[in-house]
Design a protein around this ligand. Structure first.
Ligand SMILES: Cc1ncc(COP(=O)(O)O)c(C=O)c1O
Length: 459
């Protein structure tokens, strides 16, 4: 077999893909009659597929990852040079980019001091769960081992992280799950669960109610997304985060913020939690850390937490007995360093805030025209539009029609996303997360495509 890469022979590539690749999140029956979509090139915010069709990518690689855009030669060059010099050594030792990226990252995260490297968001989150369990065993005689998670949030695809899925359809077929993970209510005011003025405080109080029900001495940690992503782009209501912080302090519960989506600029600050003045004990991140140019995830914590893993050097088990083989790859941190330099030098946080406001304004204007848009929400370049069959009753638009809107945009050459098969009956939010380099004309082209798609699909 000829293994030489002949990227011009795209027919062969398509057939090889159809015959052998098992795509993520895909029902493959359709590929017996339709070609799988294969992307061959990207530049900035644009992509080209194997048939030569051009797209604006309004979701940064489908899952909010390519924050600095496609085709960044400076990242590719930094990775290349580093791989030739020193590609790998297990994380028990240090590497030059590993040390330098940890220092640069901590500089953006006042209050945090330690970075633990691994490869995916799921893995970074599971490291926290393991740390919490170890703290429970060593400090609390096995108490405080429960981890609370929130309805509609998502933290990963492994069995343990799926045990903290607030999106039932994702977990539905993969039980049984391990014990000790308990759900708290979501905080989406549009889908209110309490008729009160101060919704943020009420939604936070609901967490306290769960803690009291479970027993505060059984709860070790609370994991939350700063802005919920795949669960419907949920920006927490005013007053929510300060209350959450207070509750965690009151009951000595560690606060873990999952920044896998919001991390590294997506919402216009380096991290989503930095909008809310929160002081977390753990922060995890992955996708945008190196914009998909290399695999990297980080579990970041405070000196106080770190100290608990080194204070009894005489005990051979008194350390974090964990490894992630590819956490020792140097490509991740070297790509992440260059990714961070780009965000800083090109002032992409400011651009994200400005373009996010423009996009939100455009979506609000579309609400005037399309009654099917029940709510628009977002922070920075992370936005959602919830589609409803009836604005008064807020009955969600059927998932098939939501997907038809996405498909119509795709046919127009604009890739948008939508929540899908995550929360039965509520998979009705269009999602936008273009690269942080998006321009005004990119934003306007994206919302114009949504306008046309809504007219075509809904009328
Ligand atoms: C908030 C959040 N946490 C964790 C993950 C899991 O990350 P990964 O797919 O890299 O394991 C995701 C993935 O979409 C996510 O959205």
């Amino acid at each position: 077999m000829n293994l030489a890469l002949n990227i011009n022979d795209l027919g062969r590539v398509t057939e090889a893909d159809r015959a052998h690749v098992w795509h993520h999140l895909s029902q493959h029956k359709a590929y017996e009659t339709v070609d799988p979509r294969i992307f061959v090139e990207g530049k900035g915010i644009r992509l080209w597929d194997a048939k030569g069709k051009e797209y604006i990518d309004a979701v940064s690689g489908a899952v909010w990852t390519v924050n600095v855009g496609y085709g960044r030669e400076s990242i590719a060059n930094a990775v290349r040079d580093q791989l030739i010099k020193m590609n790998y050594f297990a994380g028990a030792a240090g590497t030059v980019p590993g040390a330098l990226f940890a220092e640069a990252l901590i500089d953006k995260m006042p209050g945090m001091t330690r970075v633990y490297y691994s490869n995916s968001g799921s893995e970074a989150n599971e490291k926290v769960y393991k740390m919490v369990r170890q703290i429970s065993q060593r400090r609390h005689k096995g108490k405080k081992n429960k981890i609370l998670f929130r309805e509609r949030d998502y933290h990963g695809t492994t069995i343990a992280t799926l045990a903290t899925s607030g999106q039932p359809q994702r977990a539905a077929q993969y039980g049984p799950f391990p014990d000790g993970f308990v759900m708290v209510p979501h905080c989406l005011e549009y889908r209110k669960q309490w008729d009160v003025e101060n919704y943020g405080e009420r939604a936070a109080d609901a967490i306290e109610e769960v803690i009291l029900r479970e027993g505060p001495d059984s709860v070790g940690c609370l994991v939350l997304e700063p802005v919920t992503a795949g669960g419907g782009v949920i920006v927490p209501p005013e007053g929510y985060w300060p209350c959450v912080q207070e509750i965690c302090r009151k009951y000595d519960i560690l606060l873990h913020i999952d920044e896998v989506v919001c991390g590294l600029g997506r919402t216009g600050t380096w991290f989503g939690y930095q909008h809310y003045g929160v002081k977390p004990d753990f922060v995890t991140m992955a996708k945008g850390v190196a914009s998909g140019y290399a695999a990297i995830s980080c579990t970041v914590t405070t000196e106080e937490v770190f100290a608990m893993f080194k204070d009894d050097a005489a005990d051979p088990m008194s350390y974090f007995r964990d490894i992630s083989t590819f956490g020792g790859c140097t490509a991740g941190p070297v790509a992440a360093l260059e990714n961070m330099r780009i965000i800083e030098d090109e002032k992409l946080l400011d651009n994200t805030t400005r373009m996010g406001e423009r996009c939100l304004g455009n979506l609000r204007a579309l609400m005037e025209k399309h009654a099917v848009i029940g709510d628009v929400r977002g922070k920075g370049l992370f936005l959602g539009a919830e589609l409803v069959a009836d604005r008064k009753t807020k009955e969600p638009l059927d998932e098939k029609r939501v997907q038809a809107v996405v498909a119509n945009c795709l046919a127009q050459g604009v890739i948008i996303g939508a929540t899908n098969r995550s929360i039965e009956g509520l998979n009705n939010t269009l999602c936008l997360a273009p690269a942080l380099i998006a321009t005004e004309s990119d934003i306007d082209a994206i919302t114009a495509a949504i306008d046309a798609a809504l007219t075509a699909v809904v009328g």
